[in-house]
Ligand binder design. Structure first.
Ligand SMILES: O=c1[nH]c(=O)c2[nH]c(=O)[nH]c2[nH]1
Length: 316
């Protein structure tokens, strides 16, 4: 092409929003998962961009089909971190010219419906309900190293966990200058939509040598991923509820410390916390006090703007 000034410096492609539902039947007790999966690949694929060479292209439609195939045959399908690693390992092992796979899995909530007489409820073996819009997430990366071994990296966490506490939160002592209109409060509403991610140390994965490249052993570093996920969610909710919050920043730090302390395999913890403001309505117009903290009862939830507080805490 005449006057081509550009040079290709990075490439990555794949399938997004692959919706997967899987049921595992243990007799009459069923386990289910619903996932949104994204699969992206890197490798020797530049010619597909630069000279329209599709001979190097694994069709994204095939990636979708492989995702469903692994959902059928993988013994690890019920744990998002393990399923993502198995899928990524299969992809880089199967295709010689692919050297990196990026797989993200978002797990939607389905919990067993409690049934039975009051006081004698039990979780139903095959009926479920959506008990929250938060999702468990994982993002894994699998890379072929030069000696043929595979290096795995796993990040996991939670998105969209919406929480609110109606007391136990203050905000005082911040900078006061000519721009300050915010009043100090020793009692306020604290609401946030929690985004949490935590990382494991990188590990090696054995290269699948079987003909179909399906062999996969869960690396010991992430063997307890379900347990870590449950503890991270519990630590987040417990700290949010019980902390006498001096600020979003201070509560964030305590949540992250707890996850690092309780999970020896976790190396870093990151939170992003929007501060979803609830403003006491000024009712002086009708002669009522609704703004001093003790009398603030009617609030206006404000969608925007919100604060946005984030931090990463790393193991020492
Ligand atoms: O917890 C808070 N942190 C801030 O940094 C901040 N800034 C603000 O206006 N309100 C709050 N609240």
């Amino acid at each position: 092409m005449a006057n081509a000034e550009g040079i290709l410096t990075s490439t990555r492609y794949g399938k997004d929003k692959i919706r997967v539902f899987r049921v595992v039947r243990n007799g009459s007790v069923h386990e289910i998962v619903e996932y949104n999966v994204q699969v992206l690949l890197e490798g020797d694929i530049a010619s597909s961009y630069t000279v329209a060479d599709n001979s190097v292209v694994v069709a994204t439609d095939s990636m979708k089909n492989i995702t469903y195939y692994l959902a059928k045959v993988s013994p690890h399908v019920l744990t998002p971190e393990h399923f993502a690693l198995h899928l990524g390992t299969h992809l880089v092992a199967k295709y010689h010219h692919i050297n990196k796979a990026f797989v993200t899995v978002e797990k939607l909530r389905w919990s067993r419906i409690p049934v039975g007489a009051p006081g004698q409820e039990f979780p139903h073996p095959h009926s479920f309900l959506r008990d929250g819009e938060d999702k468990r997430i994982t993002a894994v990366e699998i890379e072929k190293s030069t000696d043929g071994a595979l290096i795995g990296k796993v990040t996991a966490g939670i998105t969209d966990l919406l929480v609110l506490k109606s007391t136990g939160s203050s905000f005082t002592g911040f900078i006061r200058d000519e721009y300050t209109t915010l009043v100090e409060v020793d009692d306020r509403i604290f609401s946030t939509s929690i985004d949490l991610s935590y990382t494991y140390n990188p590990f090696t994965i054995r290269f699948p040598t079987d003909e179909k490249k399906l062999a996969f052993e869960v690396p010991k570093e992430v063997a307890d991923a379900d347990d870590v996920a449950a503890k991270a969610r519990a630590a987040t909710l417990d700290t949010f509820s019980t902390d006498k919050s001096a600020s979003v920043q201070a509560t964030l730090f305590k949540m992250a410390q707890r996850i690092v302390t309780e999970n020896s395999g976790v190396q870093t913890v990151s939170y992003t916390l929007p501060n979803k403001h609830y403003i006491p309505v000024d009712m002086k117009y009708i002669g009522m006090d609704n703004t001093t903290p003790a009398n603030a009862e009617v609030f206006m939830p404000v969608a925007a703007p919100s604060g946005l507080i984030s931090a990463t805490i790393s193991r020492k």
